[in-house]
Design a protein around this ligand. Sequence first.
Ligand code: RIB
Ligand code: CA
Length: 320
Amino acid sequence: MNSRKIILDCDPGHDDAVAIMMAGRHPFIDLLGITVVKGNQTIDKTTKNALHICQYLEILVPVFQGMDRPMVIASPPTEERIHGESGLDGPVFGPLKKEAEELHAVGFLISTLMASKGDVTLVATGPLTNIAMAMRIEPRIIPKIEEIILMGGSYQMGNVTPAAEFNIFADAEAAFVVFESGVKVTMCGLDITRKVLCTTDIVKRMSTHTNPASKLFSDLMSFFIESQKRTFGWEGAPLHDPTTIAYLIDPSVLTLKEAHTDIEIRSEQSYGRTNCDIFHLTNKPFNSNIATDIDVDKFWDIVENCIKMYSDINLNEYTL
Ligand code: RIB
Ligand code: CA
């Protein structure tokens, strides 16, 4: 299978970190670069976290700092309650040597897509600010985007309000731009991410592979499981963002349904809601593929296979 060219746009974030780990070494994925956006934490913290993850796992791709606030609304609060003060509480990394590139993330998205043959997929696991800004600044990139696979939204309940999921809520105008762009959007929403709950048994399973990826996974999930239990009462932490990478590696892991999705940007109560017409109640044209189910066993097998790909890195040379 030829590897798929992707740019991963993220806001690390514990689950973003696992998505970076999975994309970093898989032979089916050609990770061209990581663009970072303000979301779970401030842009400085999410950028620093992305650099730490790449340095620790020896993922030799460029990291680009992006937008520090949404396109229109005042910056919403960061997610300390879930990801902690650093945005990646749990692991204690060593001194950071890797630096972000000079080029802004939006500039990297535009230059890479304009130079491409239309074979680059954007994977988004944070608010869509960088991608929407790139589309507005340089609309010629739109036909150059092969697909946007995003973690965000929900056709059922939200997680930051009853109506809205965090990534969309954090910049609903950006999501509006992306879903109206005409680019093929595959949406991995809470409807399926809440089915892949990382429990302590999953952590034990992944810890049987003694390498930096399994250690990072264990240190991240120990914090993430606690914060999710405290906030939502879950018995495990929904591993939201890695569902996008698992889909890239093996599309059969998800069940998708074509639908028209509208993004609510006017309502105060339901701002950031993804109204996914999965029953085709309106005659609006399809603009998205909505994940309606996930093969949970296959998902954890994919995660475990990605962790095993780091077994050539000697654990005792690295201190978290
Ligand atoms: O709602 C879950 C999403 O918001 C995940 O991407 C998580 O990392 C946060 O960004
Ligand atoms: Ca995220």
